[in-house]
Design a protein around this ligand. Sequence first.
Ligand SMILES: N[C@@H](CCC(=O)N[C@@H](CS)C(=O)NCC(=O)O)C(=O)O
Length: 223
Amino acid sequence: MITVHHLHNSRSQRILWLLEELGAEYEVRRYERDAATMLAPASLRAVHPLGKSPVITDGDVTMAESGAIIEYLADRYGAGRLAPAPGAPERLRYTYWLHYAEGSAMPPMLMSLVFNRLRTAPAPFFVRPVARGIADKVMTSFVSPQIKLHLDYMEGELGKSRWFAGDEFSAADVQMSFPLEAAASRGGLDASRPRLTDFLARIHERPAYRRALEKGGPYELMR
Ligand SMILES: N[C@@H](CCC(=O)N[C@@H](CS)C(=O)NCC(=O)O)C(=O)O
């Protein structure tokens, strides 16, 4: 039996969604974030030393890292669904987007979260303007232009095919959902990028996506 160690409001929502798309049997073990630090509880370290989510266990297998988990689940339980056939041109695109989501798209989103936190973090009054000044400088000189670069790129790529790896929906779209949802929440993704906005609307309509939300609990990404 597959167990998803699911931290609420997190990347592991994608794993629940993929399992719903696959129609696989699984159970969810829920973990709550610390209200002050937003970190995962220490109990998650008993499952994987990094104590981050998602992690799955499946018999003797313990896997972390959402891209690797998604690849494993699609290969093991997909029976040819949700992953282009090895050797097909779409397969390379599939592999690319599976890695790109966390390797390239998420770092500027994470930086945006951290520097926005720095702007509003409690600090002595004489430190606050300095912290804000540094955060604003990093955001305008680096983070925001990087986010724009990635959003423009993804918008262009979705002009080539209906889904990220090709005209068929695949597990790469599941993996790509998180950076795009993060971008909609805190990266300025709006209707000015119609293909990305449409991608989000299309995935949100999928019955498996909705079922996964019911399993995972409230899902509102941090700003
Ligand atoms: N690249 C990893 C990132 C894992 C990660 O940072 N997960 C976050 C949830 S969105 C987490 O566990 N945060 C809580 C913590 O770091 O304690 C993946 O895609 O699985």
